[in-house]
Ligand binder design. Structure first.
Ligand code: MSP
Length: 533
């Protein structure tokens, strides 16, 4: 039986249509999911939407719509965006689905019975855009500068009634509520984080969470009564479950908690929860404590990636600089967008999106390096061998060939080491290094000379080596650029790349009978932006 790999994205709020930030996490998750499938894992890739709570209720009201009708409309936008961007999710969960509501109510009842949830009164502050409770102390402490505030670019108000995360005004609320005994799990959580260095990644996020937990965990209000758009507490239906408490549970609903024990036991715990850094705290503090209270295992890794700004500024509706991933995909191609987002910045760090850098990367890495290598290699195989490359007696017949062959042999391993550490950009660097060496190899071997001089055996070896490199490159780019990989694969003379998926790329793989050269993969973009330094 195949080993499982369970990966999640956050459930996106439906108050907004998908933008480049949502696409980033989802594409990264897709890349990992595809990579793991190629490695032979049985992957369960979950994404979906977060539809309850005050923020969504208010957004629906502002549009004069019933919340469910409003959610249904936006959800279609998410689903079609993911279809366009080639997201190979296995399940899409909506928190308004019956399967989920049932589990939320069951979890609540279970924790209520166990005394982990108790009734009380909450008085404090609430940030609706962040759906977060804040205490007086937290608002007043200048120290509370969270990742979101740091990157928000908005004025940060250390004193006063503003959210320490996003800087927007908070509301004072006083409500009867049910509390979850977060404090009960503080020590256990601390120990878990300390004993499991890979539980929260990257390390900077781990350190932030550790210091947060060390300041002490307070019990968390987990129901609201001021509005009704949420999962009603079965025992006390005036209360609806706090939207984060509700949404986090999706990660166990989807694999079958309470409905399919066998499947749940096989899939849980999640191998990785992927998200932006601003919501790591919910996933690395509240969620593990909920799981401990339920007696369930904790996810293996919680990874908080960085944030994208746009041309140096925070992306926001009010600034009108929100980047639509679909418009970009239409202009530059889906794979180019997928590639750019994961190549441009080290996963975990912040990035700045600009059209110019997308075009520059497109032209250098994709058009000049990868696309060109395929095109010129296949042109030569056609010209010198009528499209049929043969196996040479000695592929590494000279120093240059030896260098290329050995890099081709080691690259898949280097690439995997990076992929296994979520170092996407570095994994792509390894692929590009091989592609660049192959392009240089062509220049230095000068196959046109070998042909003129009648050195057929050498020429055969050069073509063979190039085709081997291209076959390896197709596999390595597949998780990032599935369509391009498939296109390359077909041009190399094979059928569907996934049909060959059990195969790992190694130098010496079987060649196709005849190549089938097609159009260039990435025609160079000629735009004024592209040529500026
Ligand atoms: N609904 C919660 C998550 C609940 S998970 C149980 C939520 N939703 S959200 O719609 O606000 O999505 C936040 C996520 O979108 C971030 O964690 C990140 O994955 C992605 N991004 C949104 N804006 C982003 C950037 N500007 N840059 C990078 N990713 C960001 O939080």
């Amino acid at each position: 039986m195949k080993e499982k790999f369970y990966i999640t994205t956050p459930l996106y709020y439906v108050n907004d249509i998908p933008h480049i930030g949502h696409a980033y996490t989802t594409i990264a998750a897709d890349v990992l999911a595809r990579y793991k499938r190629l490695k032979g894992f049985d992957v369960f890739f979950l994404t979906g939407t977060d539809e309850h709570g005050q923020k969504i209720a208010e957004a629906a009201k502002a549009k004069g719509k019933e919340p469910q009708v409003f959610c249904d409309e936006i959800v279609t936008r998410f689903k079609s965006a993911w279809e366009v961007l080639n997201i190979s999710y296995n399940d899409f969960i909506r928190t308004t689905e019956e399967r989920h509501i049932k589990v939320v109510q069951e979890v609540f009842s279970k924790l209520l019975k166990a005394g982990d949830i108790y009734k009380g009164e909450y008085e404090g502050w609430y940030c609706t855009p962040c759906e977060t409770f804040w205490t007086d102390m937290q608002l007043k402490e200048v120290k509370v500068v969270t990742p979101k505030a740091r990157t928000s670019g908005e004025e940060h108000h250390p004193h006063g009634n503003f959210c320490p995360d996003c800087g927007r005004p908070v509301q004072k609320i006083k409500e009867h509520t049910y509390f979850f005994k977060l404090s009960r799990y503080e020590r256990q959580l601390l120990k878990h984080i300390e004993d499991h260095p890979k539980f929260i990644e990257p390390q900077s996020r781990r350190n932030e969470v550790l210091s947060f937990v060390k300041t002490g965990l307070k019990d968390l209000s987990v129901t609201r009564t001021a509005f009704s758009w949420g999962v009603p507490v079965a025992e006390d239906p005036k209360h609806v479950v706090y939207v984060w408490f509700d949404a986090l549970i999706n990660y166990i609903t989807a694999p079958g908690y309470g409905s399919n024990q066998v499947r749940f036991d096989r899939l849980w715990p999640a191998d990785i929860h992927l998200m932006g850094k601003e919501i790591v705290r919910f996933h690395a503090v509240i969620w593990p404590c909920m799981l401990m209270a339920l007696g369930l295992k904790l996810p293996k890794t919680i990874f908080g990636h960085g944030w994208w700004t746009v041309e140096g500024e925070k992306m926001s509706k009010s600034k009108g600089n929100v980047v639509d991933p679909l418009a970009l995909a239409k202009e530059f191609g889906i794979d180019a967008v997928r590639y750019f987002l994961l190549k441009d910045v080290t996963f975990g760090s912040d990035g700045d999106f600009s059209r110019k850098s997308l075009i520059v990367k497109f032209n250098s890495d994709l058009a000049n390096d990868l696309g060109n290598l395929l095109n010129r290699s296949l042109t030569m195989v056609e010209k010198y061998f009528e499209g049929k490359a043969e196996i040479p007696a000695k592929p590494d017949f000279d120093e240059l060939s030896l260098e290329l062959v050995s890099l081709a042999r080691s690259t898949p391993h280097t690439y995997s080491l990076h992929m296994d550490k979520f170092e996407f950009s570095e994994a792509l660097d390894a692929m590009l290094k091989l592609v660049n060496l192959a392009n240089n190899y062509i220049e230095k071997e000068a196959p046109w000379k070998l042909s003129k001089e009648g050195k057929t055996e050498e020429l055969k070896a050069v073509m063979y080596n190039l085709l081997q490199v291209l076959m390896i490159a197709a596999f390595l780019i597949y998780p990032f650029m599935p369509q391009t990989a498939d296109n390359m694969w077909k041009q190399l003379g094979f059928s569907n790349i996934l049909a060959e998926s059990a195969q790992t790329p190694t130098f010496g793989g079987k060649l196709a009978d005849k190549i089938a050269k097609g159009n260039p993969l990435f025609p160079r973009i000629v735009q004024p932006e592209a040529d500026q330094p």
